[in-house]
Design a protein around this ligand. Sequence first.
Ligand SMILES: [Fe+2]
Ligand SMILES: [Fe+2]
Length: 460
Amino acid sequence: MKRREFIKRAALFPVAVGAAEVAQAADFINGSDPVSLNPEPATASPDTSTEDIPLIVSAPMLQNYAETSIGIAFAVSDMANGFVVIGRRANLSDGKTFKCGGYRTTEINDRVIQVRITGLKPATTYYYRIGADRIAYKGGYDMKVIGTETDSHIYKFTTAGKGARPHFCVINDTHVKWEPFGRAIDKIARLAPSCVIWNGDASNVEETIEAQQRIYLTPDIRRRDYAAEIPYLFCPGNHDLRGMANRHLERVWMYRQPEERQTRDWDLGRNFAVRMGDIALIGLDTAEDKLDTNPKFAGLFNSKAYREAQTEWLRDALKRKEIARAPFLVAFCHIPLYDDNPKHNPGDVTPDDKDPRYSSDFAMWQRTCARMWTPLLEKAHCQLIITAHQHHYKYHAPTKERPWAQIIGGGPEMGISDGRKNKSLFPTVIEGEVRDKHLHITIHNLLTGDVQETFEFAKR
Ligand SMILES: [Fe+2]
Ligand SMILES: [Fe+2]
């Protein structure tokens, strides 16, 4: 989308919901739905802003759920310096302001504001409000703030940690398809988990920041504030690496806080090992579904070294006290780590992924990652690996040789394949919750609205 078009769209669909949605919001507030829809628009201080277009053009998105930090991102329409006021009190009377950017300078940006909040307490609820200063920049000695806008809504979220509620949801392969994505977000709002793992292929091929902004910050769905109170974690899929903009997704979706990893792992900004109540959540990135040597990619991808670096990270992450002692260990990655279909390409067919034995010339599952990561996960008694990529929901029960279960989430296809009805193709929300000392997994079928299957896991 061209920048002008984006601004036009942003002005047409500001953070506030329309009249029909306000009615629905009232229903949700009166009913059992715990996620608020924001009924009020972002407001400009009347005497400071000189522009017609709102400066803040999205709800905030909570990125990188963690014990003591959070990332807060939102979209802006003009050169701005964003900030977040955050505190423990619901009225923010104890609020502390965090500006975007890091040391030395703040991050003046005309598209996406990213604010990193650190020093938080684990399993603690915080309230926050977003705001942005409109900047007129004419040169190194000639810059001023010409207006300040704040979102009138105060949001809240709860950090991860041993005391957090052990309840997650997983979405995957949303592929910029608004209908299934909207259904997933509605389901998640009703389930109200502590966090959501977005398990890859949020993108198709994205060449511009505007396109990425639309996927994560201003999606064409009813709940524009879908990630304002439920924090997200991200395991990239192969499509999330494709296109010039996706080579720097961190401009829209932040990397994790650097202090959460060793200097050796400086570039592993997506991997996570997070304790949430009785569950340890492990996030891995299986990277591309084609080999680095595939001529299609002209030597411009580096998945091999990335996967090897993650192996060392994983080895150490599993030894961390809060991870090693968690009663349940669940790992997430986009491309499956197991497959029993002999026609499915295992992703290690050199040099160009082509082999007549297989039904595709790209990886349907990742044997290389499986050989590096699953022995470590097995040693740690991982009960479940949740994956995606195949666009077809499947459950692989554990066996004697493979003591962990694998769930493959469904894709965005709504019961139709090549113009024909196919009820086996449906999007899913995978829900995990610890109740009665067991991890309960529920597969929600977003095509029928029914529960597809349920599973129960004992402590490791
Ligand atoms: Fe996909
Ligand atoms: Fe994929």
